[in-house]
Ligand binder design. Structure first.
Ligand SMILES: [Zn+2]
Length: 73
């Protein structure tokens, strides 16, 4: 096995930094797929959790603390 010569492009192709949506490299595709699923799930769960635990309460407090009229809509 000889030493593999890495070109600049190849050495710098980090799947974690790959911004090519259509990149066909295996690592890039798997990483994007996993990241997309993980982010989507986490974002949705976090949003629901945040709303359930704090939004209603905070919204009411915010309205009560605000001196402005909150009539109409
Ligand atoms: Zn890539």
């Amino acid at each position: 096995m000889g030493q593999e010569v890495l070109t600049g492009e190849r050495a710098q192709h980090d799947y974690r930094r790959c911004r090519d949506e259509d990149c066909q490299r295996y690592a890039c595709r798997i990483f994007k797929e996993g990241f997309g699923q993980g982010y989507g799930a986490g974002h949705s769960a976090g949003e629901a959790k945040g709303h359930a635990e704090g939004y209603d309460e905070g919204f009411v407090d915010g309205m009560a603390a605000c001196p402005g009229p909150h009539t109409g809509g």
